[in-house]
Design a protein around this ligand. Structure first.
Ligand SMILES: [Zn+2]
Length: 147
């Protein structure tokens, strides 16, 4: 019963915090030039590689990469009508998606990260827009100038 209540509270917190997060969120770049997901602890960097795979790197308080532990990452992206769900494998530096993001741009993207297989997922949402921002020259999904 207590568990159920906690779960309800967690869902309510997610629902009520979502509109705040999407408006005027300051975006930070990670150590590899990807988007830093600051709501996830430890912070995680989302980077679309040249092969259109998703690379997730965990980032410590000092801004340096830290090795992944037991985290389980799922990324849902692609055309809203037929989204692609990516799973991840550990690499030396972090996690890399097993498949590539489909061709196209400006996909609504949901990143779910569990601290371990039993934990509740922390969620980050953004549009994966790879057009280059004229202000900061980053891809729009890593735009740090608010352009
Ligand atoms: Zn910018």
């Amino acid at each position: 019963m207590k568990n159920q209540l906690l779960r309800l509270l967690a869902v309510a917190a997610l629902v009520f915090s979502a509109p705040l997060a999407s408006a005027h969120e300051t975006i930070q770049a990670g150590p590899n030039g990807g988007r830093l997901l600051t709501k996830i602890k430890p912070r995680a960097e989302f980077l679309l590689t040249a092969e259109r795979k998703v690379q997730i790197t965990f980032v410590g308080e000092d801004g340096n990469p830290i090795a992944p532990a037991e985290q389980v990452v799922t990324v849902t992206t692609g055309d809203r009508a037929a989204p692609t769900k990516l799973s991840f494998s550990k690499t030396v530096t972090g996690l890399l998606s097993d498949a590539a993001v489909p061709a196209g741009n400006n996909f609504p993207t949901v990143v779910q990260i569990k601290a371990n297989p039993e934990a509740k997922a922390a969620v980050a949402r953004f549009n994966l827009n790879t057009a280059i921002c004229p202000g900061c020259k980053n891809p729009e999904y890593v735009c740090i100038c608010g352009h």
